[in-house]
Design a protein. Structure first.
Length: 364
C-alpha cells in the first residue's frame, strides 16, 4: 500500500522550486526569498525522519539505532556520491584544481564548517548531524523512560530552540555577518529540524490532542504562517532580524503549514499530482540543480538558442533539465539502492494501532 502523503510531497516540490529560483534569477522577489526552501526542507525532515523512529518505538517498544542509520545512509549517500563524482568530473574537464581537503569535507559531512565541492551540500551536513543527535536523544529517553513524557520531550526541544536562537543573536551582535559563521553551522540551524521533530512527537504520542489543536486553532496557525513567511519579503537572509528571530518564526510558519497540509485530501487533486510527483524526487533534484541544469542550458545557449531574446527559453530548459536529470538520478541510483536496503535491512516491527495515514512513509 502506498502511504505517501501527497500534501507533504507537494511541499517538497515547493521547497526545491524555491531553492532553484534562489539560484536562477526569475525575479528579484524569488531570488530574495528562495533560500527559505532549505528551511522548509529542514522542518519536513525533522518531522518525517523522527517519525520513523517514533513509529518504530510504538511498534516494538525499542529502536535499532544502527539499522536506522544504515537505512538513512542508503537513502542519502548513493545519490550524493554520484553527484559528487559528477562535480569532480566537471572540474577535471574544466582543468580546475581539486583540493583534497574539499573532497574530504564532503565525505565526512562537515561541509557546513569547511570549504566543499558541491555548493549546497552544507544543508546535507546539518541533516546528517541531526540524525545522530536524534538517535542519541531518543535512546537516552527510552533508557530513562522519558520518550512518552511530554514535559521532558517538549522541555528538551524548547531548550534546543532557545539555545540556537541565543547563539544566533550573540553572533550577530559581536561580529559582521558571514555565511560560514552565521548561517551554515549546525548549532545555529538545527532548531528547524528539532521543531519538526517536536511536531512529530505530538502527532505520534498525543494524536488526539494534536488533532483537536488543529481543529481549534486554525486562525492561530494561519497567523503564525503569515508572521513567519512575511519576513523574508522585507529582510534579506543576512539581516539581523531575519538571521535571528526571523529564522525561528520561519520554522514555526513551516511547522504550521505541515500541520495543516499533511492530512488534507485537497492535494489528491489531479491538478496537483504532477507537483507531488516532482516532490517525490526533490532530494535528487536538489543535488543536481547547481550544475546539471545550467550545463544543459548553457549548451543550448551556445549552440542552438543564441539570441538574447530567447534567454527565457534557456531558463526554462535549465529548470526542466534539473527536474528531468534529478528524476533520472533517483530512478537509476537512489531507487535501486533503496531496494537493496529493503532487502538486507528491512523495516522491523509490527503495527500495534491503526492511523488514517502513515505520514512517515514519505521519508522512506
Amino acid at each position: 500500500m502506498n502511504n505517501r502523503s501527497a500534501g507533504l510531497d507537494f511541499l517538497r516540490c515547493v521547497a526545491v522550486v524555491l531553492v532553484m529560483f534562489r539560484h536562477y534569477h526569475v525575479s528579484n522577489i524569488t531570488t530574495q526569498i528562495g533560500w527559505i526552501g532549505v528551511d522548509l526542507f529542514f522542518v519536513l525532515s525533522g518531522f518525517l525522519v523522527s517519525g520513523l523512529l517514533f513509529q518504530e518505538y510504538q511498534q516494538t517498544r525499542k529502536i535499532k539505532a544502527g539499522r536506522f542509520l544504515i537505512r538513512r545512509g542508503f537513502k542519502i549517500y548513493p545519490a550524493f556520491w554520484a553527484v559528487l563524482i559528477i562535480h569532480l568530473g566537471y572540474f577535471i574537464y574544466k582543468g580546475e584544481e581539486i583540493m583534497p581537503e574539499r573532497v574530504l569535507s564532503e565525505l565526512l559531512f562537515v561541509q557546513n564548517f569547511f570549504p566543499n565541492i558541491i555548493g549546497i551540500s552544507w544543508t546535507l551536513a546539518i541533516e546528517e548531524h541531526f540524525y545522530f543527535l536524534l538517535v542519541f536523544l531518543i535512546m537516552i529517553c527510552i533508557k530513562k523512560g522519558f520518550l512518552e513524557n511530554e514535559k521532558v520531550i517538549v522541555g528538551t526541544c524548547i531548550a534546543i530552540l532557545c539555545i540556537c536562537l541565543a547563539l544566533r543573536v550573540y553572533l550577530n551582535i559581536i561580529q559582521p555577518f558571514n555565511d560560514w559563521t552565521h548561517f551554515y553551522p549546525t548549532y545555529l540551524r538545527i532548531d528547524s529540524l528539532v521543531f519538526g521533530m517536536m511536531i512529530s512527537w505530538f502527532y505520534h504520542f498525543r494524536n488526539s490532542s494534536y488533532a483537536a489543536f488543529l481543529a481549534r486553532q486554525k486562525i492561530f496557525l494561519l497567523a503564525a504562517i503569515i508572521a513567519g513567511l512575511s519576513l523574508p519579503f522585507f529582510f534579506p537572509y543576512n539581516h539581523f532580524v531575519m538571521n535571528t528571530i526571523g529564522l525561528s518564526l520561519l520554522y514555526m510558519a513551516f511547522g504550521a503549514i505541515i500541520c495543516m497540509v499533511q492530512g488534507s485530501k485537497a492535494f489528491q487533486s489531479k491538478w496537483l499530482k504532477p507537483l507531488a510527483y516532482v516532490g517525490r524526487y526533490s532530494y535528487s533534484i536538489y543535488l543536481v540543480h547547481l550544475l546539471c541544469g545550467p550545463a544543459v542550458a548553457n549548451a543550448f545557449r551556445t549552440y542552438i538558442f543564441t539570441s538574447p531574446n530567447l534567454e527565457w527559453l534557456n531558463d526554462t530548459i535549465n529548470f526542466l533539465s534539473n527536474i528531468g536529470i534529478g528524476i533520472a538520478l533517483s530512478l537509476l541510483i537512489e531507487q535501486p539502492f533503496l531496494k537493496i536496503r529493503d532487502k538486507y535491512f528491512p523495516k522491523k516491527g509490527r503495527k500495534v494501532f491503526n492511523r488514517e495515514a502513515t505520514q512517515v512513509e514519505v521519508a522512506r
